[in-house]
Design a protein around this ligand. Structure first.
Ligand code: ADP
Ligand code: ADP
Ligand code: MG
Length: 677
């Protein structure tokens, strides 16, 4: 076994690898960019080497510097994590040339699986089932179009070199083919430096089920069962679980053996994942009729590997290290068994209400449920950040991964729901509340899974920032009054519109929830209790409010109002009160009537970058007349493309940047003269 390894990654996965290395007595070397000098992964390792600027191309992708760092610190092996250099065969080869062990498959296996089209040709030869499609070398657009006709719409155009859900377009009808092809090729060239595409039949009611495999240098290969990653947005995973609901032991074995065959066909070594797209021809209630097809192989450890660890009780990073050190696989196929059920939720800095736009900022509050980190537990939380850290625009939007395990799927689901309720994040837009709604949705709860689950359940998943419950308003009021009590200098009863009549003192508190006004009138009845009237929309609730602090269990306040007892934690961030209760999160803006004098209306006609990024393309030219909602420009940031749409009908006056330009947040991209102006 190695004495010392270098971890060529950052964030939660670098911390994850370091945790196992420490447990095994292996010393670790971190590498970090200028933006990450104070990052958790640096602290998690024994040594750290600075490798350059914030942008990945200046640091985490500079492999000659990483190899120099390994040499300089005496590391014997390099763990690439996922993303960055993990599937870069030239890097794997460079490690070998430098006398370092690359903790991953041989370069030839990475190369064989690197291009989707080529790997499909290989898999076809190995007898692994494929989705009907075209994966040829000839890229003549007329041929591609004819192939799409032959396959039959809807089809999926994919960048052969693609990954991370990028460079993929679903096309439903021939009229839309040419435009989709052009978009896909542009994205492919821009992101992967290779415009080649393949075309596949778009599988109906598709489920994404993948098999974790492991192979060693002694000719052994096993499968560690499956993960169902059907719940996706933008072709990217949101929730992952193991085992896949409804899969029979026979199907599991068939898929497992097909995955092992795929791995053997390319001389695979180490951890890998074979992804299958699964058709449900008879619908959700007939999983026995599912048909699976090879989609691609990811030649690395995957983000969602903890669910496999949870059901097998194994440490996959330990297996990686053992295999890389030349040891045989710790267990054989017949010694592997799965127990219980596990689900992972990806906690991301993004705004589900705005097309999952990635967000940046400081994690003012990051409170977590009781958990284990980087090892199997009923509740596991793997994070590369802590409270006070920032989510920067340079890297992906992951805040943490929350993994729960239970005896049954129902128990895992309940644990996930409770854990999400106790994961409190303030300061950066995030998907925690959205994830809870997904977990509670009938489709997910009943395991009616396919990759369109989020779209199918859209009505209950989006636009739910409705009026808070009276209990939530009561919590906001209790929190405010609590603050007044602690500030004995302030006497709120004589300020503002407080008044006294019939010996009762009363005071009004106003809140905004989105655009909606909520008003609360507090009347001091007797010492220790107040009477609270909550008015919102057309309704009003009138009742006694009692509360006390520190009820235990991690919540800060216990509030009784209108016959309901609620436990809650409130985090004030500026004027915003983030109220977390076991039922959910509410954000109330405490209104100070004077604070709004300086509000400015949003400026018409200006189109600005929502975050720092790179201009990929302008879809219009100066002088073009555009309609509201029409896509104008494409910006790439945080590993995603964002379309900037026209806020109103108008005429494009000027483009202010060129494709390829780097822009800062708030930079005006183009000038639009609105039709009404
Ligand atoms: P990536 O390299 O971006 O992960 P994949 O080929 O693995 O690309 O596909 C990503 C996702 O796209 C899948 O998980 C699935 O949701 C969807 N997808 C891929 N191929 C098909 C297909 N033929 N039919 C329907 N959906 C598909
Ligand atoms: P305590 O004794 O619980 O610390 P105090 O009676 O000293 O609280 O009051 C502290 C502040 O809280 C004062 O400004 C007072 O106006 C306000 N306050 C007192 N009782 C109430 C009540 N029932 N509801 C709301 N505010 C109150
Ligand atoms: Mg994939």
């Amino acid at each position: 076994m190695f004495d010392k390894i270098l971890i060529a990654n950052r964030g939660e996965i670098a911390c994850r690898v370091a945790a196992t290395a420490r447990r095994l007595g292996i010393r670790t070397v971190a590498v970090y960019s200028d933006a990450d000098a104070h990052a958790r992964h640096v602290a998690a390792c024994d040594e750290a080497v600075a490798i350059g600027g914030a942008a990945p191309k200046d640091s985490y992708l500079r492999w000659e510097r990483i190899i120099d760092a390994a040499r300089a610190t005496g590391a014997q092996a390099i763990h690439p994590g996922y993303g960055f250099l993990s599937e870069n065969e030239a890097f794997a080869q460079a490690c070998a040339d430098a006398g370092l062990v690359f903790i991953g498959p041989p370069p030839s296996a990475i190369a064989a699986m690197g291009l989707k089209a080529e790997s499909k040709r290989l898999m076809e030869a190995a007898g692994v089932p494929l989705v009907p499609g075209y994966h040829g070398v000839d890229q003549d657009p007329r041929l591609l179009r004819a192939e799409a006709e032959r396959i039959g719409y809807p089809v999926l155009i994919k960048a052969s070199a693609g990954g991370g859900g990028k460079g993929m377009r679903r096309v439903d009808a021939p009229e839309a083919f040419d435009e989709a092809l052009a978009a896909c090729q542009r994205e492919a060239l821009n992101s992967f430096g290779d415009a080649a595409v393949l075309i596949e039949k778009y599988v109906q009611r598709p489920r994404h089920i993948e098999i974790q495999i492991f192979a060693d240098t002694h000719g052994h290969a096993v499968y560690l069962f499956e993960r169902d990653c059907s719940v996706q947005r933008r072709h990217q995973k949101v929730l992952e679980e193991a085992p896949a609901p409804g899969l029979t032991p026979e199907q599991r074995q068939q898929m497992g053996l097909a995955a092992v065959a795929a791995a053997r066909a390319v001389g695979y070594v180490g951890a890998g994942t074979v992804e299958f797209i699964v058709e449900q021809p008879l619908g959700y209630d007939h999983p026995e009729a599912m048909r699976f097809y090879f989609m691609e192989m990811n030649t690395r450890l995957q983000v969602e590997h903890p669910v496999t660890e949870a059901i097998t009780g194994l440490d996959l990073v330990e297996w990686q290290l053992r295999v890389a050190a030349g040891e045989p696989l710790p267990l054989q196929q017949h010694e592997l068994a799965l127990h219980g059920h596990a689900i992972e939720a990806r906690i991301c800095a993004e705004d589900p209400e705005r097309g999952f736009l990635p967000a940046t900022g400081t994690l003012h509050v990051l409170r977590t449920p009781p958990h284990r980190a980087f090892e199997v537990g009923d509740v596991r939380l793997d994070a590369g950040v802590a409270e006070g850290d920032t989510i920067s625009p340079h890297y992906d939007s992951t805040i943490a991964k929350l993994i729960v395990r239970g005896e049954s799927r129902a128990q895992a689901l309940a644990r996930l729901d409770q854990a999400l309720a106790r994961l409190h994040i303030v300061g950066v837009a995030n998907n925690v509340a959205f994830l809870r709604r997904v977990v509670q949705s009938p489709s997910f709860a009943q395991a009616r899974l396919d990759t369109a689950l989020i779209e199918r359940e859209a009505d209950r998943l989006f636009g739910q920032a409705a009026l808070p419950t009276p209990a939530a308003v009561a919590v906001a009021v209790a929190h405010t009054l609590q603050g007044w009590r602690q500030r004995t200098d302030a006497d709120p009863w004589s300020a503002g519109d407080g008044y006294a009549s019939h010996g009762q003192r009363s005071r009004r508190l106003d809140f905004l929830v989105g655009e909606q006004a909520v008003s609360a009138r507090v009347t001091w009845r007797r010492r220790g209790t107040v009477w609270l009237q909550v008015a919102q929309g057309d309704g009003a609730t009138d009742a006694e409010l009692c509360w006390h602090t520190d009820p235990g269990g991690g919540w800060a306040l216990a509030v009784a109002y209108a016959g309901l007892q609620t436990r809650a934690t409130v985090h004030a961030w500026g004027e915003r009160l983030h109220i977390f209760t076991p039922q959910g999160e509410h954000v109330l803006l405490a209104q100070d009537p004077l604070a709004h004098a300086g509000d400015t209306a949003t400026e018409g006609g200006r189109l600005t970058a929502p975050m720092p990024g790179k201009v990929v393309a302008f879809l219009v030219q100066a002088g073009d007349a555009v309609k509201v909602g029409q896509p104008l420009a494409v910006l790439e940031a945080m590993k995603m493309e964002h379309t900037i749409a026209a806020p109103a009908d108008g005429v494009v006056e000027e483009l202010l940047y060129a494709p390829g330009d780097q822009v800062t947040e708030g930079a005006e991209l183009l000038r639009l003269r609105s039709a009404s102006a």
